[in-house]
Design a protein. Structure first.
Length: 387
């Protein structure tokens, strides 16, 4: 109802016009001042033109707000029917979503902006519809730059009429005696009548228009705010997971994860076999070492025993004991060398495992990039097909 409040301007305008014609004797046949009538008619014509221009702009504004209101109701209905799922996928390529030229132009710019932000991984940055459909759009359609000054213009016309009427009355008021002055009182009152009438309907129309204008703009801003809230809830483009292509990407990534998991299991099995082989080698070497050490210790014992028995007999047995000790030292040195070789082999094996891991990671990354590129190409082909 507020959006149609400007209709009241025309009945009030007709009433004021009829009143001015009546007081100037047009309907009653009384003789009136043609100058006063011409001035009032001129002022009323100017006011009528202002009202006509404002009414045209208010009609355009109502067309925009009515379209916003119907679009809001349609979004709520479709969102409920879709099971509370985001509706952007169904509106991003539709050309009949809005019929009003001003709204469609702004909404189409928003769609193009969203397309420019889309990458193969989704929308790269946020973009709100309020950047294109906002209060500035309503102010431009409703000609706020003009209507905001109409109230002041009407007041100014009333003040201008006041001074014009007083100037007319005082200009015809002259005389040197009481009799001459009394003859000019009629002209003075006629001028004051113009001043009074123009001031009354100028200020009256100013107050009425100001109320109408503020009510209409308040209603338009309210409908805009409701549309923005509903659109953000039901159709605002969100993260890529809400997108159809992103959902397919998630599925393919899940499949790739399973494949990589199986490959890691295979690698894990191969690593276990290699580790078991190394353990067998170490066990075999340890057994050989124990055997070798046992034989050497037995020789040492025999040598020491022989040296002890022959110590009393001959000093030469001391040399045999020294040789046995030297042999034991050599055996220990051999054991240490063998351990160093085992450690070197383990480090080399660890390096090979690390290299295999890096190659596997590179292969997985290449596979992921290739699949992403194929998905992006598939999405572009599907968009071209749908168009």
């Amino acid at each position: 109802m507020k959006s149609r409040l400007y209709y009241v301007l025309f009945p009030l305008y007709a009433i004021v016009v009829a009143f001015i014609l009546y007081v100037n004797g047009v309907f009653t046949g009384e003789d009136g001042s043609l100058v006063n009538l011409a001035i009032n008619i001129g002022f009323l014509i100017i006011i009528g033109v202002l009202f006509l221009i404002s009414s045209i702009s208010f009609g355009r504004l109502n067309g925009v707000t009515d379209e916003l209101e119907s679009f809001t109701l349609r979004l709520q209905k479709e969102y409920k029917e879709a099971g509370n799922k985001n509706l952007w996928s169904s509106y991003q390529d539709r050309n009949d979503s809005l019929k009003n030229p001003e709204l469609w132009s702004a909404f189409n710019k928003y769609r193009l902006r969203i397309k420019s932000l889309r990458t193969k991984r989704g929308i790269s940055g946020p973009c709100d519809v309020e950047e294109y459909i906002n209060e500035d759009l309503l102010d431009r359609v409703g000609m706020s730059f003009f209507n905001s000054g109409v109230s002041g213009m009407l007041t100014g016309l009333g003040i201008l009429g006041t001074f014009l009427g007083l100037s007319m009355g005082l200009g015809s008021f002259n005389g040197d005696d009481i009799f001459a002055i009394s003859d000019n009182v009629g002209s003075l009152l006629s001028g004051m009548k113009v001043a009074f009438h123009t001031s009354v309907y100028g200020i009256f129309f100013s107050l009425v228009f100001n109320i109408v204008y503020r009510s209409i703009m308040s209603d338009a801003y309210g409908k805009l705010e409701e549309f923005l809230c509903v659109f953000r809830q039901t159709a605002q483009p969100r993260a890529s997971k809400d997108d159809e292509s992103s959902a397919a990407m998630v599925v393919y990534q899940a499949n790739m994860s399973n494949t990589l998991k199986q490959m890691l299991e295979i690698m894990k099995g191969s690593s276990a076999e290699q580790t078991a082989g190394v353990e067998r080698i170490v066990d075999k070497f340890t057994g050989q070492m124990q055997t070798s050490l046992g034989t050497d210790f037995q020789k040492l014992g025999n040598t020491l025993k022989a040296a002890g028995e022959a110590q009393k007999a001959s000093a030469s047995n001391t040399a045999e004991m020294i040789d046995a000790v030297a042999a034991l030292v050599e055996v220990n040195r051999n054991v240490q060398s063998a351990l160093v070789k085992i450690m070197d082999r383990q480090e080399a094996f660890a390096g090979e495992l690390k290299e295999q891991k890096e190659k596997l990671a590179d292969a997985c990354q290449n596979m992921n990039d290739e699949i992403s590129s194929q998905l992006y190409a598939f999405d572009q082909m599907r968009s071209l097909y749908e168009k």
